[in-house]
Structures are given as C-alpha cells and as structure tokens.
Design a protein around this ligand. Sequence first.
Ligand SMILES: NC(=O)c1ccc[n+]([C@@H]2O[C@H](COP(=O)([O-])OP(=O)(O)OC[C@H]3O[C@@H](n4cnc5c(N)ncnc54)[C@H](O)[C@@H]3O)[C@@H](O)[C@H]2O)c1
Length: 383
Amino acid sequence: MDKVRFGIVGLGKQGTFYTKLFQKGKSVLKGAELTAVCDVLEDRRKYAEENLKGVKVFSDYNEMFKSGLIDAVMIETPHYFHSEIAIAAFEAGLNVLCDKPAGVYTRQVEEMNKVAEEHPNQLFGMMFNQRTNPLYIKAKEIIESGELGNLKRIVWIITNWYRPKAYYAQGGWRGTWWGEGGGVLINQCPHQLDLFTWLAGLPVSVMATTSTVGRAINVENDVTAYCKFANGATGVFITSTHDAPGTNRLEITGDGGKIVIENGKLVFTKNEKMEPEFSETNTVFMGSPKTKKITYRGWGHYLQFKKYPPQHLGIIKNYTDVLLKKTDKFMAPGKEGIIGLTFSNAIHLSGWTNKEVKIPFDTAEYEAELEKRKEEEKIKSAK
Ligand SMILES: NC(=O)c1ccc[n+]([C@@H]2O[C@H](COP(=O)([O-])OP(=O)(O)OC[C@H]3O[C@@H](n4cnc5c(N)ncnc54)[C@H](O)[C@@H]3O)[C@@H](O)[C@H]2O)c1
C-alpha cells in the first residue's frame, strides 16, 4: 500500500472538521486521502456532494465498506455506535480509526477489541489527539525514564472546557443518558481520562461524586473522583463544564520530584536524591531534598520533541505512517481506548451508588444503573 484511502462515517461537527483537515492539511497528510463519506442525514450528504470534490457519498456505512473505495474508516457518530461500526469495518477487512470515547460501556468495547484482535493485520487506532501534546509526551518520557521514581500522587483539575446553556440547548443526543450515556465524563473528558491512565496506570479503586450543576440536563457536569493505585499512590480527578474561569492543572508527584503541567508549560522539579533515600540519610531537622527546575514549553515547540503535528492532524498522520510502515511508533493504539473508559465507568458507578468501586467492577451493575437513568429520562421527557 502506498496510499491510505479514508472513509468517514458520520458527517456532523467532527466528521466535517476532518474533511476540512484532509483538504487543508494535504501537504502534511501525504499518503492519506479522503475518498468516501457516509451519513444517515440527507442534508449532511447534500453538504458532502456540494463541497467534497471527488469524494463518494453514502447513506449506509456497510455499502461504503463494501465499495472497494477505502482502506480505513474514521468513526464520527455519537458514541453508542462506535463499537458496532468498528466491528462491521473489521469484518469488512478495513482498518479503523475510532474517535473518542471508544464506547459508552466497557462490554461494548471488549467486544470491539476482541474482533480487532481477530483481525491483527488491520490497524486499530483511537483519535486520542491530546496524546500529540508534547507536554504530555514529555511527562510520559520522564516517568518511563525512572526519573520521577515511584508514583505518590496524581492530581488533575480540568474545569476549563466550559459549556454554557446554549451548548446543551441545541438538543439531540448531547447531554443525555440515551444519547451519550453520560456528561462531562463521556464527552469532554475521555482525553484527560486517557492521559491520566496513560501516565499513571489504571487505579484499583475509586470513590466519586458526580452531579449536575446549573444546567437543565440529566447527566453529570461536575465530578470529583478520589482513586487509589496498586502501589498505594493516590489520585484526584476533578472536572466540570460550568466553572468560569476554569483551571487545567496536572500535577504528578513521585519519589524523584514533581511534574506540573499548566498554562502551556511543563515544570519538572527534580529532587537531587529520591525522597525515601533523602529521608533515610538526612540528619537536619525539617530538612528537605535539594531540587532542580526544568521547564519545557508547549505546542509552539512541538517540532523540537516529535515530528508529528499537533492534535487530530498528528493522529491521522501517525496512523497513516504506521499503515504505510513509515514508523513503528503508534501514538494511540485502539485497544487502549478501554483503559480510560474503565476509569470513567468506575467513576460513574461510584457517583451513582455513593460507594467505593473496585476495578475491575461489576459491568452488569454498571449497565443496570445506566439503563435505570435512561428509563427515568424517558419518563421525565414524556411528562
Ligand atoms: N477527538 C475530538 O476532539 C472530538 C471532538 C468532538 C467530537 N468528537 C467525537 O466525535 C463523535 C461525533 O461527534 P459530533 O459532535 O460530530 O456529533 P454530531 O451529532 O455533530 O455528528 C454525528 C453524525 O453522525 C451521523 N450518524 C449517526 N449514526 C450514523 C450511522 N449509523 N451512519 C452514518 N452516520 C451516522 C449523524 O447523522 C450526524 O451527522 C462523538 O463520538 C464525539 O465524542 C471527538
């Protein structure tokens, strides 16, 4: 293969954005080409016919999959359909680049991952575009190099992805249990939940509150989760879409020091000695380890760190390069989508039941609780 021909399923806001990336990012996306799109809505197909020259338009994704016009599928429908469309694509012999979240509940995604494993020669990727951020890449490198030492604590406050009333007032599937299966956890935060677990691993338990504040929606827009890791480290994940002004601060502390990512820079305050060793050898009352500060700056300097452009363009380019065997560094493998989703579902379950949830949790209990909320929503909207 010397070119990857992409087809997009779902030509709403995000799918349309990608069609523009394929047009504008031609010089970057060498080796990638958009050849087909599919949407169930007539007006989206009309848009495609009028605006996407040379791109075949379908109303049924199975027809697009059988057409012979594409090698890879980008899935851009509401989340509940991600896994079933991915499964159909794998079974049609295609490669899959699925947008976040991998699905709404883990059983769906386990099924998708199983089918992906049965097709090992087809590439499965996730659109985790925040993984292209050089600051998170740098944090991962510091952790993997051992410089941060054993993890003690990870705290992420991500409250600056603000959504006003008008966002939810547009109706449709957003902000509903039936349409998306959650609020900020399933819509805005899959990126941070992916990065939280990418950097620190999957916690072993979580205790959380999930609530709805100041918006006429049924799903949560405010979350505080406290979690524990297997090595005894702890974590806190706080998110909301109603704080103004909000915060985006990630702090990771280990024996070797502290990483803080905020305001477009990463500051690594490195202990000269690992903290346990310092404590054992220090004789000064109230002494503390000597430190050195190392600062890395953000997006503008991405070329210094990695050859991939930021965000979605970077993920599509990396995915294409892996398919064309130009690199073996795959930034966002599809099978990893379930990790952040497991954390997300565990947070929901804890918030719903007001109890500590051990991971792995009872998926049947999770699904029963979700169904209960969908049912209540149906009754409420019928009134
Ligand atoms: N990675 C990111 O930064 C990012 C950003 C925004 C949205 N997303 C994800 O993209 C997905 C879509 O979000 P959106 O905002 O574009 O939603 P949207 O409602 O604007 O678009 C969804 C489109 O999918 C179409 N669709 C639904 N079922 C279909 C089917 N069976 N076959 C073909 N088309 C179908 C709908 O008609 C609609 O046009 C969501 O899962 C969302 O989480 C990702």
